[in-house]
Design a binder for this molecule. Structure first.
Ligand code: GLC
Length: 732
């Protein structure tokens, strides 16, 4: 367990909270369990007195800025009987003002330290703006890119997501015993299995076996809780028929009982009253009862707890002990972060926003998260070779219009004017050596009308004419920021609008096309894979986008990103993920009766773990400490990673296993360890990976968590399909 949610600091805070609790009225207690948003706000900075004169408010969301939060705190502390400051919270998901790459992009760095660092900076900026709590990290496993919120998580794999979950929490909260200055309380979300929504349609039902729930979706929450996560957010959707927000089995038995969570649970925005349209609650009062009984301590955004808990207590449906337990959890965290002693923030602290250090961190992160998918050798663009040449830069995402979209969704208090556009970054990097010529091409989205299409066609034609007079073409396609994220599910993952038309027109010029994909989620790149000179996924790289893209295209930085989410050949393949079961008729191409499609391969276009570099690596001298281990044992894998190219670069060493026979069928591959290592050209680095037998534990049909004896395979490679180095081992 982490130090934060444990003695002695936690115990000391809890004692202070207990003393305060004993003096509180019921209204004041329930106020600590009620979070309000801007919706109750008049247009002034002050709240209407009615909202808190009796202490009805304990927390605010989306209200931020040192001056505003200080003003509200002062009002609150003078207008209410007990001086209990409010906990200010917001969605600081991948940056507060300085925007970092989206979490899905960050996971493609395979470097959890990168996420820790991004979140550490985000916490510092947000804390300076009066926030003490973020609704992050989102650790929902996502296997269906039709779901727009895949952009907010860390991909499809449980092991990798767990490593990023703990790093994300440590970045926000730090590693100390308190969550003090320049730190935020983390909030693990969304509990649980929100990414399993049927059809990839946001908020849709999740229907999954207890085994899948425990083996796939729970571990990232366990990792974050073990790292000290102070809060958890309940999810919107119904899980096996019971809405997560009113699901006592999940919020109490599992979250507190099995995972040992001892912080507090907040609902999602409206997820309590959503239980009425779920058909699970008769009315708001019933919904409040169900949520609070299930273990949902705090209600996000609104007065439903204030309005209905008193009656439920009077009717004996909710006990005062239950209320006191929840209030104690909230007050303890208010003491633990120092809010009770220092409710105001230093209003000069906001001068750190977008500072050089933060923008540089954003640039480095964006460089590490990009994934090179194809390269016929045209990259890196050598500035020497470019002397006197003309480069065409095509697409709205490359210029001024793209600045906001390259920040991605959930970019908190983003400032597109502070984004370095791709055009600016390339112009800076290519300088006088060559001429950069830009053209619009076509929109990311297009009205579905003949005249809109006609207008775009002429713009595409113009872009192709400009490009034809150049020596090389860089085209940027993908998504707008508000095309992935909450409530942005898509039924078709091909490039939106008519984006394929300019790509075809640019390829038709005969000039080499370098295609950059800026998106929040996997898209269908099948039509372009073999027709462009290079294909690079830059995701939504954040405030320093242009400088990072320039670093990558000119070779100042060698790409080192590897996919953490499978890229499908076509939308019909989803949900698609690498760690699937074999089935009794695996698609081996031997006969008709196999688990396959008539009209498409079953393998993705680009698999989990895939990514190219400007150099190459050899994994040498791979040794296992043993080919056997007991159920409590461990095998150590050592190897040497040699950079066999002439460019420095970073390799991602991935260790996969397969449990060949199990009492329930086991996945054909499972990532169990990874290490990213930077190696200079011509040099080698030693790497050690650890595989414990416990890592192969799973829940059997009777829901016993077991490590079964049996034969296994082990691979060390650069992608889930890389089987060049295969070993046998056995659990005895
Ligand atoms: C949203 C999201 C949740 C977010 C909350 C506050 O509906 O589901 O992730 O933290 O509301 O913005």
């Amino acid at each position: 367990m982490s130090t934060i949610m444990n003695p002695p600091a936690y115990k000391a805070a809890q004692e202070k909270a207990r003393a305060l609790l004993s003096s509180m009225t019921l209204t004041e207690k329930i106020g600590q369990l009620s979070q309000f948003g801007t919706s109750i706000y008049s247009d002034s900075d002050k709240l209407p007195d009615a909202h808190y004169s009796e202490g009805e408010v304990g927390s605010y969301l989306t209200i931020k800025g040192a001056q505003v939060t200080n003003a509200i705190q002062r009002d609150l502390l003078t207008a209410t009987r007990l001086p209990i400051p409010a906990l200010f919270a917001d969605d600081v998901i991948h940056g507060y003002r300085t925007t970092f790459p989206t979490p899905l992009a960050q996971s493609c760095s395979w470097n959890p330290e990168l996420t820790r660092r991004c979140n550490e900076i985000a916490a510092k900026e947000a804390y300076r703006a009066g926030l003490k709590w973020t609704f992050a990290p989102m650790v929902d496993i996502a296997r269906d890119p039709r779901w727009g919120r895949i952009m907010e998580g860390y991909g499809e794999d449980t092991h990798l997501c767990s490593r990023f979950s703990e790093a994300a929490v440590r970045g926000f909260q730090g590693d100390g015993e308190t969550v003090g200055k320049d730190r935020l309380y983390a909030c693990m979300k969304h509990f649980i299995a929100y990414g399993a929504c049927i059809g990839g349609r946001d908020y849709n039902s999740a229907d999954l076996s207890p085994q899948t729930l425990h083996d796939v979706y729970l571990p990232p929450f366990q990792a974050g809780i073990d790292a000290g996560a102070a809060t958890v957010m309940a999810a919107f959707e119904d899980v096996n028929g019971v809405p997560a927000t009113g699901n006592r089995y999940l919020l109490t038995d599992i979250l507190r009982g099995k995972l040992g969570f001892n912080g507090f649970v907040v609902s999602d925005y409206g997820s309590v009253t959503d239980m009425i349209p779920h058909g699970f609650a008769e009315d708001t009062k019933d919904a409040v009862r169900l949520a609070f009984e299930a273990g949902c301590d705090m209600l996000m955004a609104g007065p439903a707890y204030n309005e209905h808990l008193p009656a439920l207590i009077k009717e004996g449906k909710i006990t005062m002990e239950q209320v006191d337990h929840s209030v104690l959890s909230v007050l303890t965290l208010k003491y633990l972060c120092g809010l009770m002693d220092e409710p105001l923030v230093d209003e000069t602290g906001e001068d750190c926003f977008f500072c050089a250090e933060h923008m540089d961190a954003a640039r480095r992160a964006a460089c590490e998260t990009a994934v090179l998918l194809e390269n016929n050798g045209i990259l890196p663009l050598c500035t020497e070779r470019l002397k006197g040449k003309r480069i065409a830069l095509i697409g709205p995402l490359a210029g001024e219009e793209g600045k906001t979209h390259l920040l991605g969704n959930w970019a908190c208090l983003k400032d597109p004017n502070r984004t370095v556009s791709i055009e600016e970054g390339l112009a800076r990097a290519l300088g006088a050596s060559c001429e950069l010529v830009t053209a619009y091409g076509c929109g990311i989205r297009c009205e579905n009308t003949a005249e809109a299409h006609e207008k775009e066609s002429s713009s595409v034609k113009q872009a192709a004419e400009i490009a034809a007079r150049c020596d090389a073409i860089i085209a940027v396609v993908g998504e707008e920021a508000e095309m992935a994220g909450e409530a942005y599910s898509r039924s078709d993952l091909t490039l939106s609008g008519h984006q394929g038309e300019p790509i075809d027109a640019l390829i038709a010029t005969g000039k080499p096309v370098i295609l950059l994909v800026a998106a929040g989620r996997p898209l269908i790149l099948t039509p372009y894979k073999d027709r462009v000179a290079a294909l690079m996924l830059i995701w939504q790289p954040g405030s320093s986008a242009g400088d990072a893209v320039a670093d990558l295209l000119t070779g100042a930085v060698s790409p080192s990103g590897h996919l953490t989410t499978s890229f499908p050949v076509c939308t019909g393949q989803v949900p698609i993920y690498y760690n699937h079961a074999s089935t009794g008729k695996p698609a081996l191409g031997k006969w008709q009766f196999e688990s396959k499609y008539q009209d498409c391969q079953i393998a993705p276009l680009y698999p989990f773990g895939y990514g190219l570099s400007y150099t190459s690596f050899a994994f040498e001298d791979i040794r296992l400490s043993s080919d056997k281990m007991t159920a409590e044992g461990e095998i150590t894998v050592t190897l040497s990673v040699r950079n066999t190219g002439n460019t420095d670069g970073a390799a991602v060493v991935q260790l996969y296993i397969r449990d060949l026979v199990g009492s329930t069928v086991r996945p054909v591959k499972e990532l169990k360890a990874f290490e990213k290592v930077f190696v200079r050209a011509g040099e080698a680095q030693a790497v050690t990976l650890h595989l414990s037998a416990r890592a192969l534990a799973f829940h059997d049909a009777a829901m016993n968590e077991i490590v079964e004896p049996g034969k296994c395979k082990l691979w060390v490679g650069e992608c889930c399909t890389d089987e060049r180095h295969e070993f046998d081992f056995e659990i005895i």
